[in-house]
Design a protein around this ligand. Structure first.
Ligand code: FPP
Length: 248
């Protein structure tokens, strides 16, 4: 049974110790569309439906934090038409979230540098966070314009500025302090990171936070086809792992 380092244990009806924090690299949208002779944005649209379904399910089974990789700092390199389609999809999702998801007990946060997004999208992000801030259920981190290396650079710049201002000393830097300067400050590290579609990479996702995460790569499935059964399968695999956190 997968052990947790700290004492926060979520045990489900099947007596499994659930991961407290799940990360998902929602990969394979483009290939899903290509297989159906559809344009790539059609895969992202379907992937957005899968995301909604999986986020609700995670909240229902008691997951505390879900982080999804929606747009990386590197994704700007994609053709403008695909980037535009993704921005349109984010806008639609956030408008829908503001309109329809008021009853959903999910706190939404955005992780990443939001400054390159349009003013309209940034405002929707702000409103979505504000509207859901008091929710008591799962925290949903949507990683947008996120990169683990960029996140660490931002944290290091902030720490350096505070040292310069005399607020902290370089001797006081420790792992806890660095974690506190990341977008995920105050949240548990991901226990389980799932990547469908047959790619075996971390792709700059939660670099610092994933030091002891258990990875489950699911080759046989592309993200738009990902089901709650696939999620359960990944959780079962996680539950069978022997987590040692460097010990024996
Ligand atoms: C990776 O698949 C996927 C992305 C870069 C975009 C993920 C975005 C969504 C699922 C949209 C939903 C998000 C929200 C917040 C509404 P890929 O395009 O790299 O697939 P490929 O490897 O098959 O080409």
């Amino acid at each position: 049974m997968a052990k947790k380092k700290d004492s926060t244990l979520i045990v489900d009806r099947a007596n499994r110790i659930l991961p407290e924090h799940i990360g998902i690299i929602m990969d394979g949208n483009g290939r899903w569309a290509k297989k159906r002779l559809l344009p790539r944005p059609a895969g992202h649209r379907e992937g957005a439906q899968t995301f909604r379904k999986i986020a609700r399910y995670c909240n229902n089974i008691g997951i505390k934090v879900l982080t999804v990789y929606a747009f990386s700092t590197e994704n700007w390199k994609r053709p403008a038409s695909e980037v535009d389609a993704l921005m349109k999809l984010f806008k639609e999702y956030l408008q829908e979230a503001l309109r329809d998801f008021r009853e959903e007990n999910i706190r939404t946060r955005f992780v990443g540098d939001r400054s390159p997004f349009s003013a309209e999208l940034q405002e929707l992000m702000r409103e979505t966070e504000e509207l859901s801030a008091d929710k008591t259920g799962m925290t949903l981190n949507i990683a947008m314009n996120y990169g683990g290396r960029a996140e660490l650079c931002t944290a290091i710049k902030q720490i350096a500025a505070e040292i310069k201002d005399g607020k902290i000393t370089s001797e006081s830097i420790d792992e806890k302090m660095i974690s506190d300067y990341l977008y995920t400050a105050g949240q548990p590290d991901p226990d389980l990171i799932i990547r469908p579609s047959g790619e075996y990479r971390t792709s700059n996702f939660l670099l610092w936070q994933s030091a002891y995460s258990e990875y489950v790569f699911m080759d046989e499935i592309l993200w738009p086809d990902f089901t709650t059964e696939n999620l359960e399968e990944a959780i079962d695999i996680y539950c069978m792992r022997n987590r040692r956190f460097g010990g024996v």
